[in-house]
Design a protein around this ligand. Structure first.
Ligand code: C2E
Ligand code: MG
Ligand code: MG
Ligand code: MG
Length: 283
């Protein structure tokens, strides 16, 4: 309806804004019922170590199976969950579901969980994660918490404390989408992280833009000096993978190696690649 030939640009823009706002409100309303209605699910994208392409873990990625809209992307509803405060309960559900799934996989397969800056601002996150790990008998060593640079920019004392407590618990911290936010190297010093995930925009440019390749090389070597692991995000082409191998990146993630999978498919990969027989307990 927004694209109506009879209207001028200005009106179209305004209508678009109104539609956006109305759409957001509708989604927000629906989202408030999504947890209770069992519409949220986690998909799992495999992570492979280089150069051997060994499965090392999975990143849990949230999906909303909306009854009318189908699968809604987290890029669309996470901001709504954050602005409405629902991220706290949704985030708690994500941690529980991811840990329950991790318990079904072999010990050397780790689970990477995205958390929002809002979750990091609350002291409850650490105790909640600790309780969930105990509940599902999962070692903290198998859990990685992914945070974005934006969270670190806030530079609040509470976030620093949460990150320190998380590491004291024994989980690892990954800095997600590295290079897209307010990349200040000071954050790397102020907040100890165990992994840097190089944003896929650098990977996409790495084969055509020498500048992007140089940045990746510099990040990888800096990380090595700091004893930090690196993951390249969003590998879609074999040539990008070859490039990253040469640049010395430790872990790879992307559609080329594996898309986010529903849990049964991820289970199958964990089982085959690890050549381990998993006995899924009925539960
Ligand atoms: P992210 O944490 O950076 O996750 C990686 C995103 O890149 C995922 O999008 C994944 O599907 C996509 N991706 C992976 N490989 C490729 C590739 O080769 N090419 C391209 N084009 N994309 C690739 P997704 O699942 O739509 O998630 C988007 C973002 O939503 C995530 O970015 C993360 O910031 C957020 N998110 C997802 N799940 C959660 C969650 O449980 N909690 C929170 N707080 N945020 C989440
Ligand atoms: Mg992530
Ligand atoms: Mg990322
Ligand atoms: Mg991203």
């Amino acid at each position: 309806a927004a694209k109506n030939g009879g209207r001028n640009r200005f009106e179209t823009y305004r209508d678009g804004m109104l539609e956006d706002e109305a759409n957001k409100r509708l989604l927000e309303q629906d989202l408030s019922e999504a947890l209770d209605a069992d519409q949220l699910e986690l998909w799992y994208q495999p992570l492979y170590s280089l150069p051997g392409r060994t499965l090392t873990g999975f990143e849990a990625l949230l999906r909303w199976r909306h009854p009318q809209r189908g699968i809604v992307s987290p890029a669309e509803f996470i901001p709504i969950a954050e602005s409405s405060g629902m991220i706290t309960s949704i985030g708690a559900w994500v941690i529980d579901a991811a840990c329950r799934q991790a318990a079904l996989w072999p010990d050397h397969v780790y689970m990477s969980i995205n958390v929002s800056a809002i979750q990091l601002r609350s002291a409850a996150l650490v105790s909640q994660l600790a309780q969930t790990l105990t509940k599902h008998c999962v070692s903290p060593k198998r859990i990685e918490i992914e945070i974005t640079e934006t969270a670190m920019v806030e530079n609040s004392a509470q976030i620093a404390l949460t990150l320190t407590s998380l590491r004291a618990l024994g989980v690892r911290i990954a800095m997600d989408d590295f290079g897209t936010g307010y990349s200040s190297l000071a954050h790397l010093r102020a907040f100890k992280v165990d992994r840097i995930k190089i944003d896929r925009s650098f990977i996409a440019a790495s084969t055509s833009d020498p500048g992007a390749a140089a940045i990746i090389r510099a990040v990888v070597s800096m990380a090595r000096e700091l004893n930090i692991d690196t993951t390249a995000e969003g590998i879609e082409q074999e040539s990008q993978l070859q490039n990253l191998l040469e640049l010395g990146c430790g872990t790879a993630q992307g559609y080329l190696l594996g898309r986010p999978l529903v849990c049964d498919e991820a289970d199958a990969i964990a089982r085959t690649q690890m050549q381990l027989r998993l006995r899924l307990a009925p539960n």
